[in-house]
Design a binder for this molecule. Structure first.
Ligand SMILES: Cc1ncc(COP(=O)(O)O)c(C=O)c1O
Length: 395
């Protein structure tokens, strides 16, 4: 395990809504699980208890929700995309919609197929392409020109057209918006910006299924609710969706740590800003965590994170590699988990926190001690299999 002291940044949230935790956070939409259950192939993803790794890290327990198993797509993103696209169609439909017919592609709406467009580093685009295909509709996906070949192949494999854009993720988002406006395509973005707030909020809601499933799995196994939840973030849509669900649907409330790559830490930068305003990341946007490589916070998500996250962490990629290896080479009878770069970032933040001597105050803020149960979400599997094998030592 690494012990270097200078490769993790941690900031306590000065804007925390301590007085009235959760009250300023909007609840997720109520029909999300029902809609997901209507999609062929829906099944809850596993929740694992890694007591061996927890003991090694000096905490009570680690729970890992394995979203690499979601809909056979190797990442959690289909939950947000499918729900967002369903809501768009519901809004456009003149009749009552049957979600089952819609996702079987047999609804009359698929006779005049819509084209959905999305900007992506890989996972969101694959999810939009997958959902469009299920709905009997088209997808055009915009990705950074340097995106991994295997991730682009996975998008094309769902029948979507892929357009490459030079520049940062912000440039890709902008290009997707411009071309979609010109062609009349429906943008499905997991990132809110001025004038585009409703769909990202539906996408946040879509992630609530993960946390509804977790609550059921905790009850079934008789496991305690986590005291701390680690949430990896790019623009923050996933983390905000998680918080909205947990605040409104769980009976016991945890503390939250948000984890970003140090090279793309826009949420930590916003937490450090004078008045807690949206602030650009100052790093070089050079990280192995492609899904988290976002320079600007999502406008829909930042208010939730600003009022609810206890600690913002920014970590170097070495911690992520370390976390991927810990999950792949399990301790004792722990489950072996295939976790990709962005997928392992939540655990990486936890390992970094537990390893850094100077972070006692942060651990205290989170209430992180030898008895704490920590939840991490493996948001992706080996979406770049060659790089994955290289990192875990199986190349
Ligand atoms: C695997 C993975 N985890 C987490 C995230 C973070 O998502 P967000 O941009 O909503 O913060 C992404 C985003 O693409 C991702 O691909």
């Amino acid at each position: 395990m690494k012990t270097s002291k200078c490769d993790i940044l941690a900031v306590e949230n000065r804007f925390l809504d301590q007085e009235q935790s959760g009250t300023s956070v909007s609840p997720p939409d109520q029909d999300v699980l029902e809609i997901h259950r209507a999609i062929p192939g829906y099944a809850p993803t596993p929740l694992h208890s890694l007591s061996g790794l927890a003991e090694r890290l000096g905490i009570g327990n680690i729970l890992v929700k394995d979203e690499s198993q979601r809909f056979g797509l190797n990442a959690f993103k289909a939950l947000g995309a499918s729900y967002g696209m369903y809501r768009v169609l519901k809004q456009r439909s003149k009749t009552t919609l049957s979600p089952r017919e819609l996702f079987a592609g047999t609804h009359p709406m698929s006779d005049e197929p819509l084209t959905f467009a999305a900007a992506t580093e890989g996972n969101h685009g694959r999810a939009v392409a997958w959902a469009a295909r299920k709905l009997g509709m088209n997808a055009v996906i915009f990705a950074p020109a340097d995106a991994s070949q295997s991730r682009l192949d996975n998008i094309r494999g769902q029948g979507a057209e892929v357009r490459l854009v030079k520049g940062t993720y912000d440039d890709v988002v902008e290009q997707a918006a411009l071309e979609s406006a010109a062609h009349g395509w429906q943008v499905i973005a997991d990132f809110g910006y001025d004038g585009y707030l409703e769909i990202p909020s539906w996408i946040e809601s879509g992630y609530s299924t993960i946390f509804i499933e977790i609550a059921g799995q905790l009850e079934q196994n008789g496991w305690s609710y986590p005291g701390v939840v680690m949430l990896q973030a790019g623009g923050g849509c996933f983390a905000a969706g998680a918080i909205r669900a947990i605040r409104h649907l769980w009976k016991t409330q945890p503390r939250f740590a948000c984890v970003e790559p140090v090279e793309a830490a826009c949420l930590l930068a916003s937490a450090q800003s004078q008045t807690g305003e949206l602030t650009q990341a100052t790093g070089k946007l050079d990280t192995i965590c492609a899904g988290l490589n976002v320079p600007t916070p999502s406008l829909t998500s930042w208010p939730t994170l600003r009022s609810e996250v206890d600690v913002f962490l920014a970590i170097e990629d070495e911690w992520v590699k370390d976390a991927m290896r810990h999950l792949y080479h399990p301790v004792g009878s722990d489950e072996k988990i295939i976790s990709g770069e962005s997928g392992a970032a939540g655990l990486a933040g936890l390992i970094a926190l537990q390893s850094a001597d100077q972070l006692d105050a942060m651990r205290e803020t989170l209430g992180l001690d030898a008895d704490t149960t920590v939840l991490v979400i493996n948001t992706e599997g080996d979406t770049d299999p060659e790089f994955f094998r290289h990192i875990v030592g199986e190349a």
